[in-house]
Design a protein. Structure first.
Length: 425
């Protein structure tokens, strides 16, 4: 298995990982644009655009786009994050040329008809309504809004009902023309492929409409610190429900911080599985919740670390108190060697098992290139994880877990006062 990288004069990057032991191939086109690049007037434009590119091109209808991949047993989809967007497909290796052509045409030749914009607007509004109807999902957006306030990272990837309703075809199209440039793109391909062949396929497919005629250099997002405005200690959405949904978090580490591997181990040890400290304390020992997990996110210039818990509303206060007790103990005393060893095994095992899939390999090299501008070798990543010590975990826990907390809460609560009191707000 080998990873190779080619940079074209347009600034387009092509990265591949060859694996002759499989019969599949996965392609992803990663775009260096996400919700943090939007102004309030076009909030949700990156995600809206992701939808629109599937509505039809100059040579393929929406049905022809989907059927071309599905008719050979492949899969195709896309997703939008706060810092990047990805369009991807996974097919049998002999169908790679077709998949490259289809995914590339979405980028170069989408039509953006007025009718399609109107139609897909309804779909996005339904997606927002679906998110709003799922408090276990909504609480994450509520936390971002509560923690980051009125900043790009604080706004929802989906946008708002008002911003989507008011977004015109021209505003989305102009956003596309400004942000979808070769210098902002990474094409990642993994599986039973040859790098030289992939480069030739990609160059041919993306040359439509003179897309690659521009000269440029690869654009990597700067690690600029986020200036947080209007941060609150508790964000509450009062709603009649059978369950309360909490997300308790604080500042983590940004993506360029060397401690991110240690944070990954701390996250796994605290809330990465059924044997994790938080799961054991909240669910197994006290029976306070069904779902408990930790989450560490890194962005350019910022990061968060937190815990989601779904519990009965009458248990929400106790859950919050237990979370704070656990984190206080870990910040002061660290975690046992056994806990750290178990967490390292979980993280490494998950990474290794993911490497069995060409789609996961494509995601790994594509995300690494679009975020960092380079790809860490797989063995290098495993070595970084193995090198994390209990002392390092204790040190980062003592630095992170004592930071000012933020709580997002959805449930049948009239006031946030009792939760603010626990947080000392």
């Amino acid at each position: 298995m080998s990873v190779r990288r080619t940079v074209l004069s347009s600034g387009l990057r092509i990265v591949t990982e060859e694996d002759s032991t499989v019969r599949s191939a996965a392609i992803g086109i990663w775009v260096n644009v996400g919700s943090r690049d939007e102004t309030p007037a076009v909030a949700g434009a990156s995600h809206f655009l992701e939808h629109l590119l599937f509505k039809g091109t100059k040579t393929r209808t929406a049905l022809e786009i989907s059927s071309s991949i599905e008719s050979v047993g492949g899969e195709m989809n896309a997703f939008t994050g706060k810092e990047y967007t990805c369009f991807y497909a996974r097919v049998i290796d002999t169908d790679l040329a077709m998949a490259v052509d289809v995914i590339s045409e979405l980028i170069t030749s989408s039509i953006f008809s007025v009718a399609d914009v109107a139609s897909e607007r309804k779909v996005v509004l339904e997606e927002i309504a679906m998110r709003d109807g799922d408090p276990s999902d909504l609480v994450h957006d509520l936390f971002s809004d509560t923690y980051y306030g009125d900043t790009q990272l604080g706004r929802s990837i989906l946008g708002t009902t008002d911003s989507i309703k008011s977004m015109s075809r021209s505003s989305v199209y102009n956003y596309y023309k400004k942000r979808y440039l070769p210098q902002d793109l990474v094409v990642a391909v993994a599986g039973n492929i040859e790098h030289k062949q992939v480069v030739a396929l990609v160059e041919k497919a993306l040359s439509r409409e003179g897309f690659l005629d521009l000269k440029g250099a690869p654009q990597i997002r700067a690690n600029t610190s986020i200036k947080i405005r209007n941060q609150k200690s508790v964000g509450l959405i009062s709603r009649k429900s059978e369950q309360a949904h909490l997300f308790y978090g604080m500042a983590g580490v940004p993506r360029d911080d060397d401690r991110r591997f240690t944070m990954g181990i701390l996250s796994a040890a605290l809330g990465g599985g059924m044997s994790s400290r938080m799961f054991q304390e909240v669910r197994e020992k006290r029976g306070l919740a069904y779902s408990v997990y930790a989450m560490a996110q890194q962005f350019a210039g910022s990061g968060i670390f937190g815990f989601y818990v779904g519990s009965h509303p009458t248990k929400a206060v106790e859950v919050l108190e237990v979370i704070r007790e656990v984190l206080s103990d870990v910040a002061e005393n660290g975690m046992t060697d056994e806990e750290i060893s178990r967490a390292k095994g979980l993280v490494k095992g998950t990474l290794v098992l993911n490497q069995e899939d060409s789609g996961a390999r494509m995601m790994n090299i594509g995300k690494s290139e679009i975020v960092y501008g380079k790809i860490k070798g797989f063995d290098e990543i495993l070595d970084e994880i193995s090198a994390v010590t209990p002392e390092a975990v204790k040190k980062v826990a003592g630095e992170i877990l004592v930071k000012k907390p933020t709580l997002a809460l959805i449930g049948p609560f009239r006031s946030a006062a009792k939760f603010e009191k626990i947080l000392g707000a």
